[in-house]
Design a protein around this ligand. Structure first.
Ligand SMILES: [Zn+2]
Length: 204
């Protein structure tokens, strides 16, 4: 049976522009081995999150496995963002970093899931010090990975499949940050990024 709506089995796509990729990677490296945390702006269609800006939050309190933005700071940004009707707040990004010998993974922590707004796209960048250089690819699990300098990155984009797809149009900025949520069905969006189309970066 076919209809015009997107079935929940069709994963959403997350298009990360070159600017977004650069913003996320550099802010991840800057505060390594602490976590970075930032805002994703863009727009969304029934099938796709088109991420146009990745803006690191500057005032976050950060540690090895957390980063927090004060709600009054978030409020200030919301007020300004209302003046950009073409841009929606799509969600956030944050990094997971190596902790001792434990390599960082892109899987969501309990806190990540608890504080994720049901309508958010949540991008996680796992950063690890690398043994060898790898080119950038989109993997079969829909994540994207590759290395730059001495770091290896893996990027995953999560969304709640109960809210994704055809439910579409939503402005988090206008509605504030709802706290309560029910039974998320988190899925990975298929990442698209022009960076993966470039020839693999060579180590030498
Ligand atoms: Zn996390």
């Amino acid at each position: 049976m076919r209809d015009n709506s997107i079935t929940s089995n069709t994963p959403m796509q997350a298009y990360l522009s070159e600017n977004v990729f650069m913003g996320m990677v550099l802010s991840t490296v800057e505060v390594y081995k602490k976590e970075c945390f930032g805002l994703l702006l863009g727009y969304r269609t029934a099938e796709k999150y088109v991420v146009e800006h990745a803006i690191p939050y500057q005032s976050v309190k950060r540690g090895h496995n957390f980063a927090e933005l004060r709600s009054d700071k978030w409020q200030l940004m919301q007020e300004v963002l209302k003046h950009f009707p073409r841009l929606d707040v799509l969600g956030d990004y944050h990094s997971h970093t190596m902790y001792g010998d434990v390599r960082a993974e892109v899987s969501l922590s309990r806190d990540d899931i608890e504080y994720m707004d049901p309508n958010d796209l949540q991008v996680v960048i796992a950063i690890n010090e690398n043994r060898r250089s790898r080119g950038w690819t989109v993997n079969t699990d829909r994540t994207m990975s590759g290395s730059l300098d001495r770091y290896h990155f893996k990027i995953a984009a999560y969304y709640d499949a109960n809210r994704g797809g055809a439910h579409g149009i939503y402005r988090k900025v206008a509605n504030g940050r709802p706290r309560a949520r029910v039974a998320p069905r988190l899925q990975l969006a298929t990442i698209q990024c022009p960076f993966t189309l470039a020839p693999a970066a060579k180590a030498l």
